[in-house]
Design a protein around this ligand. Structure first.
Ligand code: ADP
Length: 272
């Protein structure tokens, strides 16, 4: 906003000196959005260089392997550390981009086959899980009208966490259940892991919040914030409770269960 205040007027009343006030009326909200946009741009631009570091570390490891196991030891350890650090940076970048897109990308609802989605995620996650006894099971979940990419993020993060925060003394057992009531789809992801302390149950959905002691498990503190954003943008909710039938947690996601037909397919059916 620009205001002009006459400070001194001449004999005929015309202003001779004017004080011009320029006020920055950018709201807090706009500032936050600018900051988020900036973080997303930086994260996006860091993708290339980090991929380069990971690639070069891998090339170094391959070259050492070609020279025989005895050469690998010291230098191999160094390359291994570079690779792990760069992968951590890569996870942070991916999560920052995921968070930005969960907050601002347009929601494109279409029917999502939840059974197929959970099966695909299960395969992906268990393939690279260190404990071969870890398992993910599910009820019949059906479909929901939602943004497919966002649903993948929500379920991927919840299932990933359920495996990641397993109790050290038992193999992870994860179950995905679904119920439909009062126009809502209620999805429950239950695990037999370490559980979430009562006083942390709201905080864990904030960006960058991690429960003290989770430090030994690598993470960015953004996964559940991404879930909360994506679910909220569908008009749904997310919360965590104790698992009903034993130690562990249950993450409960509710989504409006709209069974509207896909707009592309509406219209008079044509004979084929
Ligand atoms: P990250 O896993 O990257 O730290 P998240 O936002 O996904 O970030 O989770 C935030 C915190 O919530 C985690 O650091 C962990 O302390 C806790 N948490 C998340 N999921 C579970 C779970 N299934 N069981 C126990 N604790 C969990």
């Amino acid at each position: 906003a620009i205001d002009a205040v006459p400070l001194r007027r001449g004999p005929d009343g015309t202003p001779e000196h004017i004080l011009v006030l320029v006020r920055d009326i950018t709201s807090e909200q706009e500032r936050l959005e600018q900051l988020e946009q900036f973080a997303a741009t930086v994260a996006h631009d860091l993708q290339g260089p980090i991929a380069g570091v990971i690639g070069w570390a891998e090339t170094g490891l391959d070259q050492l392997d070609a020279d025989g196991p005895e050469v690998r030891t010291e230098l191999g350890n160094t390359f291994g550390r570079i690779q792990r650090s760069a992968r951590r940076a890569q996870r942070l970048i991916n999560d920052l981009l995921g968070y930005a897109s969960a907050r601002t990308a347009p929601v494109a609802p279409a029917p999502v086959d939840l059974d197929a989605l959970v099966d695909a995620l299960t395969q992906e996650l268990l393939e690279r899980h260190p404990d071969p006894a870890a398992a993910i099971t599910r009820d019949r979940l059906g479909t929901v009208r939602a943004d497919a990419a966002m649903m993948r993020q929500v379920l991927g993060n919840l299932l990933g966490n359920a495996l990641k925060y397993a109790h050290p003394e038992r193999s992870a057992r994860v179950h995905v259940g679904a119920a439909r009531r009062d126009g809502q789809l209620v999805l429950e992801v239950s695990d037999n892991g370490i559980g979430v302390p009562r006083d942390q149950r709201e905080l864990i959905f904030d960006a960058f919040h991690r429960v003290a002691g989770s430090g030994s498990v690598s993470g960015t503190g953004l996964g559940l914030a991404i879930c909360a954003q994506a679910v909220a943008r569908h008009g749904g909710t997310i919360a965590v409770t104790d698992r009903a039938d034993g130690p562990g947690s249950t993450f409960v996601v509710t989504l409006p269960d709209q069974q509207r037909p896909d707009p592309v397919r509406t219209g008079t059916p044509t004979a084929s």
